[in-house]
Write a new protein. Structure first.
Length: 229
């Protein structure tokens, strides 16, 4: 399958998933509650890295631009201008966008499945762990973590190439004028975040280890890993 066909299928799948909560207000509300809960969990898990000046900007990028949020506008822009971006942006930057849309599509799919497993009422560690365990989807969860790693590694590589940063900076005004400023800002925030890191490998490995440990704990219905940084 070509890259364009793969991305086209991701757009189609994401649109199909996104129509579900938009058509059912209670589902949309529950999905937002889950995402808020997961954002709070991530903030707790990485509170030590957020306090570290070297890693704080990258942690904020992961929390605000990669995981558990509603990226409807970004994805709409991307679907409209994908073919143009494939020729206008450096290939390394385009790959970041491709992985980002795959990550968002997979995350939405898993979140909707989690909502179907959660009981009514406020979400707690115990209800979240039970729903996670009941759902399973081990391979999808592993792939979700690896996609986060892929985006981070690619941004780290790109951040070391000054000519790509200059190319993106020169494209800022045209990008906003052409209607894909959200995508431009996403890439610039990602590159700025990884330029500030001296040891990107340590940062990414820390995320991978914590998320894998938590995943393995939740897959057996245990809450213990919530408190292990």
């Amino acid at each position: 399958m070509t890259a364009d066909n793969h991305v086209a299928r991701l757009f189609e799948r994401h649109r199909e998933l996104a129509t579900r909560p938009s058509a059912v207000p209670l589902l949309a509300q529950r999905l937002q509650e889950l995402r808020d809960w997961q954002a709070a969990r991530l903030a707790h898990t990485y509170q030590d890295l957020r306090r570290d000046p070297q890693f704080s900007q990258a942690v904020e990028f992961f929390l605000s631009d990669l995981y558990g949020q509603d990226f409807a506008r970004r994805n709409l822009e991307l679907s409209r201008v994908w073919r143009y971006l494939r020729s206008a942006l450096p290939a390394a930057a385009v790959k970041v966008l491709e992985w980002a849309i795959e990550l968002e599509t997979l995350t939405l799919e898993l979140d909707l499945a989690m909502v179907s497993q959660l009981p009514a009422g406020p979400i707690s560690r115990s209800t979240y762990a039970a729903a996670y365990c009941a759902l399973g989807h081990t391979e999808a969860r592993k792939h979700q973590i690896e996609l986060i790693m892929d985006v981070g590694k690619q941004l780290s590589r790109v951040a070391k190439r000054p000519w790509i940063t200059l190319a993106l900076r020169s494209a800022r005004a045209p990008a906003h004028a052409a209607g894909f400023g959200v995508l431009q800002d996403f890439l610039e925030r990602g590159l700025a975040a990884f330029r500030s890191i001296q040891d990107a490998e340590l940062f990414l490995q820390t995320i991978r280890e914590r998320e894998m440990r938590l995943m393995q704990s939740l897959l057996i219905g245990s809450e213990e890993a919530f408190d292990v940084p």
